[in-house]
Design a protein around this ligand. Structure first.
Ligand code: SAH
Ligand code: SF4
Length: 338
């Protein structure tokens, strides 16, 4: 039993079962989420006997052990955490003047096998539990002494293949009794799991959706992202249209520019054709090098031309600022090697 796996209502139900007054639930939630307590000792307004009872019941309140923390000159930090079963995950802290973002993992490894991504190299081990997802954010908040204002599911794993735990996590973090994090400050990035996108369109929590596109035709996308064979581009874009119609929210398309692979003139033309008229935003990511591939980053001139081409076709486009690559903490580089 770990309290970080429970919503506020579930915590109250558990207390009721144990014949513990339910108002203790509010105190405990407050300690966990507002005051970021990681030990029972800190919870001084809970009676000593009650704290002892939780210890006897083997109730956990932290599911991660910090293995290493490294910091880049720009303030970016990469965290390596160990889970109770000794597997390891990484999370990234990205401070900016107006926000502090945590990029969190949703699985140990990833089973999607995208050619350009280090996370997929060793396959999938398993989904993360609610407590482990939450604790990446709370541990980093505690260790940096900062309030986390934004979170992005862009670490290891495919978030929409861990849908139930992910959404439960986000509801707890969104709960004013939890972290009180606004839905608009939460972003989920997916390689294009269509059933997940459709479920998200109906969800009670309207978070931001980002789609890892990386190619604008099926042949190239099949090659770079094997999941495209199951969920091809036209079907994926149809699901995005449905999501946009349902939620009236803008979708972000991520496109990592790889030299000579997906940054040719015809790629730009296809991308423009694919996205024209959609309520969307394109985020171009300068490709981050990973071991054992011949893939190289597009040159800066090509990246600028791509951005200009999209913008002049009235597709709003930004180029992602490079952060954390010296730590191998940038997009696609997370591999849990510390
Ligand atoms: N599995 C999810 C979320 C994690 S990856 C997804 O694929 O969307 C976060 C972003 O980094 C995704 O857009 C991913 O495609 C991109 N990415 C992966 N490897 C990369 C690399 N080597 N360089 C740049 N971006 C990369
Ligand atoms: Fe998995 Fe995303 Fe990496 Fe693809 S890009 S292997 S889906 S983490």
């Amino acid at each position: 039993m770990n309290f970080k796996n429970l919503s506020f209502t579930e915590l109250q139900e558990y207390l009721k079962e144990q014949n513990i007054p339910v108002y203790r639930g509010r105190q405990i939630f407050n300690w966990l989420y507002q005051k970021k307590a990681f030990s029972w000792d800190e919870m001084t307004d809970l009676p000593k006997e009650l704290r002892r009872r939780f210890i006897d019941l083997n109730v956990g309140i932290n599911s991660l052990r910090l293995v290493s923390r490294i910091r880049d000159n720009d303030g970016t930090e990469k965290y390596l955490f160990e889970l109770e079963d000794q597997s390891k995950i990484e999370s990234v802290y990205l401070p900016e003047s107006d926000r502090n973002t945590v990029c969190f993992s949703t699985q140990v490894g990833c089973g999607m096998g995208c050619l350009f991504c280090a996370t997929g190299r060793n396959g999938i081990v398993r989904n993360l539990t609610v407590g482990v997802i939450i604790d990446q954010i709370l541990n980093i908040s505690k260790l940096t002494g900062t309030q986390i204002t934004n979170i992005v599911a862009m670490g290891q794993g495919e978030p929409l293949l861990n849908y139930e735990s992910l959404m439960k996590t986000l509801r707890i973090l969104n709960d004013p009794k939890g972290l009180g994090l606004g839905a608009r400050r939460i972003t989920i990035s997916t390689c294009g799991i269509i059933p997940g996108v459709l479920k998200l369109a109906e969800a009670d929590l309207q978070v931001n959706l980002a789609i890892s596109l990386h190619a604008a035709d099926n042949q190239l996308r099949d090659h770079l992202m094997p999941i495209n064979k199951k969920y091809p581009l036209e079907k994926l874009l149809e699901a995005c249209d449905h999501y946009i119609a349902k939620t009236n929210r803008r979708v972000t398309f991520e496109y990592a520019l790889i030299d000579g692979i997906n940054d040719r003139k015809e790629d730009l033309q296809r991308l423009i054709k694919l996205l024209t008229g959609k309520l969307c935003h394109v985020n171009l990511i300068p490709f981050n090098p990973i071991p054992d591939t011949n893939f190289r980053r597009s040159n800066p001139k090509t990246i600028a031309e791509f951005a200009a081409g999209l913008n002049s076709a009235h597709i709003e486009t930004t180029v992602r600022k490079e952060r954390g690559s010296a730590l191998t903490a940038a997009c696609g580089q997370l591999q849990s090697k510390g």
